[in-house]
Structure formats: C-alpha cells, structure tokens
Design a protein around this ligand. Structure first.
Ligand code: PLP
Length: 430
C-alpha cells in the first residue's frame, strides 16, 4: 500500500476494513464469538501481560469492534479509539479511568440531560466534586478551576440548546491548568468538526446517533489524541503502577497509547460495557454514508429552521446554522460544513401547544432519539430532561414550550409540509 493520505470519504468506507484474507469477504465480517483459541500457552500469557496485542475475550476486544474503533479514530485524527455498549457507557468509562474520589470536574451546563444525571449521580457516588458552568463564558471555566480539577467537559453542539463550544479557548484554559478537555462530539460527528484539531484531548461519542445514522443500534466511542502528558504529576491514576494490572505503569509502558490501553485493559474489562459485534458492524456500515447523510441533514435543517424563523407563531429558533444565531461566528469557525440537524424552537403557548404540535405531525416521529435518517421530534421538558429542575432546565436552554427536532434526510418540502400541519394545530393556518 502506498503512503498516500486518503480523504475523509474514502476513510469512512475503507478505514479499519480490508478484504478478509481468509475468505475474500469484502464487507466487514461479524465475528460473533466470545473468545479466541490461543496459539499456545506462551502466546496466551503474552496477551494477558499486554506484551503482545491479541484477542483474548470479546468483553475486551473483538475484530469487528476493532474495525469500528479504527474507522472512527482515523476520521477524528486520534491515535486510537475504544468502543462501548452506548454513548453513556463510553463517557462513564473515560471519566472512571481518569478520576479518583476527591477529584473535581468542570462541566458545561448545556449538556444532554442523561449526561447531567450521570455527572451528578454516578460521579457524585464516586465522591467527585463538580462545577457546572456557562459554556459560553471563558471566565466561568477559568474561575471554576481548583487544585484538584482533573477534567473539563463539554459538547461541541449542546443538546438541545445548540450552543457551539469555543473549543480552542476552553482547551487552552484546560491546558494552562494541565488538565485534558473532553468533548462530546455526538451531534457534529467528525465530518462537521474534529475537536482534536482544535486542542481537545479526548472525544466521546454516542454512535447511536449520527455515526450509525439509522436508529438501529446503541454504541459509544472514546477517541484519544495521544498528545496529553499523563506523567505531568497530576494523573497518578494513569502514570503510577496500577494495582488493577499487577503494577503496570500504563503511560510509561505504552506512551501516547497509555490512556487508551488503561481504558481498555482495566475500565472496559472491569465495568464490562462491551458493544456487541453485530452493533459494531451496523455502526461501521452506517459510517460508510456519513458524509452523504450529514450533507442532507444539514441542508434540510437549514430549510426547516429558516421556515420556522419566519413564522409568527414560533418563538426563538436555536439553530446555530442560522445567520441570526448568536453562535454564527463560532459555527463558521468550528462547523464550516454546517451545524448538524438537531435544534429547538419555542412555542409561546407552552406545554399544551407543544403537545398539540407533536401530535399533529405525520412524518416526524415522536421519540427519544436524535441523529436518525428519519425525522424525529420530542418535548424535552416532559421526556429527556425531566430529571432536571427548573433552574437546570433554564441553564440547558429549555422552556416549557420548547420542541426539539432532529431533521432527517427526507425531501425538505415534505418536512416543511409536516411542520405546517403542526403549526396549524397550535395557531391556525398561516
Ligand atoms: N451524548 C449526547 C449528546 C446524547 O444526545 C446522548 C443521547 O441522547 C448521549 C450522549 C448518550 O448516548 P447513548 O444513548 O448512546 O448512551
């Protein structure tokens, strides 16, 4: 193979998957196996000692899953990736790998509701301290830092508020404090934004959404830049000999791959949230059409958002791809190909109008997911974000009449027709 650097679309189709040398199969084979026969006892010992990289048990690694991991790492420009059973499992494992009781994390207040709950309750149980900050305010990030701060966390495009993160600025703040910036890039996908190129250290995904793209399979990934210096004295949890792996020092032994090795060999092994090979196959297949789908998602979202913005029955439309958005400049910098297709708008009639609107739609499905080829709709205050109190809802940019759309890849005219049906039910035909 030549040393040509292939383009993004080529890598969505080829990265991680060559024709199968044994059978000639061109599609990614589904290795539906729990375990692997060792060549001999010496080879088995070398795998378990991490002296050789080889398959032992599918909770830790699997060839179909490895293809998905290699594909996403390649698209994001990371040194590698580890896949998990869901986005929240990936995020949880990444944080669990880096944090100890008594550590502190600074978290954007504009996050997916399930992530807020995970931070508060799972990390809370681990006695990790948290500060939620306005992601748009660099001063808030800076002043929340403490001696024991170990991670800064935010979403590229906040779910569902549509805040665009100033990744470069927040990464700089993190690095001045010798901390990594972890970014959830679920909405943007590496087609629209590569946070590692802007200084983020770790990227996490719910592959359940746009990466897989068809609403068939849960999955998550952690991608590492390989650039963070875990031996800076602040991360003994990665740098020091590990009691959970017979005294192995992951950073010293594996260098830029140390964090990912620890994530796989300890956190995936011990927390056990492994993705199934079948889900990995479906997600890897979904990624083959990522650029085509994302272009259509973006184009349809712009059409729908512009339509909503000019309708007098609609309040604020929070799509960062609109020229009127307060995030327009940041979007031009970080998301030049578009701002994905999940956004909110407000119905001034509040909760009742929200319910009437949703119940009058035909094409948009009312359900709790985003990033499907099919258009989706939900009322966050009564569903995805119902665990949040009013203050937290407001911090996440959600009101009682807020509707979240995930615009699919259907014909844009049909989507506008459907939205008109919903608006007719709340305010009469325009
Ligand atoms: N991150 C974001 C931005 C999400 O929207 C979601 C789920 O909606 C998750 C993470 C969690 O992903 P999963 O459902 O795959 O655990």
């Amino acid at each position: 193979m030549s040393d040509r650097e292939f383009g993004f679309a080529t890598r969505t189709v080829h990265a991680g998957c060559r024709p199968d040398p044994d059978t000639g199969a061109r599609a990614l084979p589904i290795y539906q196996t729990t375990s692997y026969v060792f060549e001999d006892s010496e080879a088995a010992a070398a795998y378990f000692n991490l002296q050789e990289y080889g398959n032992t048990y599918s909770r830790i690694m699997n060839p179909t899953v490895a293809a998905l991991e290699e594909r996403v790492a390649s698209l994001d420009g990371g040194v590698g990736a580890v896949a998990f059973a869901s986005g929240l499992a990936a995020q949880n494992a990444a944080l669990f790998t880096l944090l100890r009781p008594g550590d502190h994390v600074v978290v954007s207040s504009a996050l997916y509701g399930g992530s807020v709950t995970q931070f508060k309750h799972v990390l809370g149980k681990m006695s990790v301290e948290l500060d939620f900050v306005d992601p748009d305010d660099p001063g808030a990030w800076r002043s929340a830092l403490k001696d024991n701060t170990k991670v800064l966390f935010a979403e590229t495009i906040g779910n569902p508020g549509g805040n665009v993160l100033d990744i470069e600025t927040v990464a700089e703040i993190a690095h001045q404090h010798e901390c990594p910036l972890m970014v959830d890039n679920t909405f943007a996908t590496p087609y629209l934004c590569k946070p590692l190129d802007w200084g983020a250290d770790i990227v996490v995904y719910s592959a359940t959404k746009f990466l897989g793209g068809h609403g068939t399979s849960l999955g998550g990934l952690v991608v590492d830049s390989g650039d963070f210096n875990w031996s800076n004295g602040r991360f003994p949890v990665v740098a020091d000999p590990s009691p959970a792996y017979h005294g192995l020092s992951f950073h010293e032994t594996f260098g830029f791959y140390g964090f990912l090795m620890k994530l796989r060999a300890e956190s995936l092994r011990d927390l056990g949230a492994a993705i199934s090979p079948f889900n990995a196959f479906l997600l890897a297949q979904g990624i083959e059409t990522l650029p085509l789908r994302m272009r259509q998602h973006v184009s349809n979202a712009v059409t729908v958002a512009e339509f909503l913005e000019q309708d007098p029955r609609v309040g604020a439309v929070s799509y960062p791809g609109l020229a009127s958005s307060r995030y327009h400049e940041l979007a031009e910098k970080y998301l030049p190909r578009g701002c994905s297709s999940v956004f909110c708008f407000d119905l001034p009639g509040g909760r009742d109008d929200g319910i009437r609107f949703i119940e009058s739609l035909d094409l948009f499905s009312h359900l709790a997911n985003v990033g499907d080829a099919k258009s989706l709709v939900i009322h966050p205050a009564s569903t995805t974000h119902r665990q949040l109190n009013d203050e937290e809802l407001a911090a996440a940019g959600i009101g009682p009449g807020t509707i979240r759309l995930s615009v699919g890849i259907e014909d844009a005219d049909d989507l506008v027709w459907d939205i008109k049906q919903g608006l007719a039910a709340v305010g009469g035909a325009s």
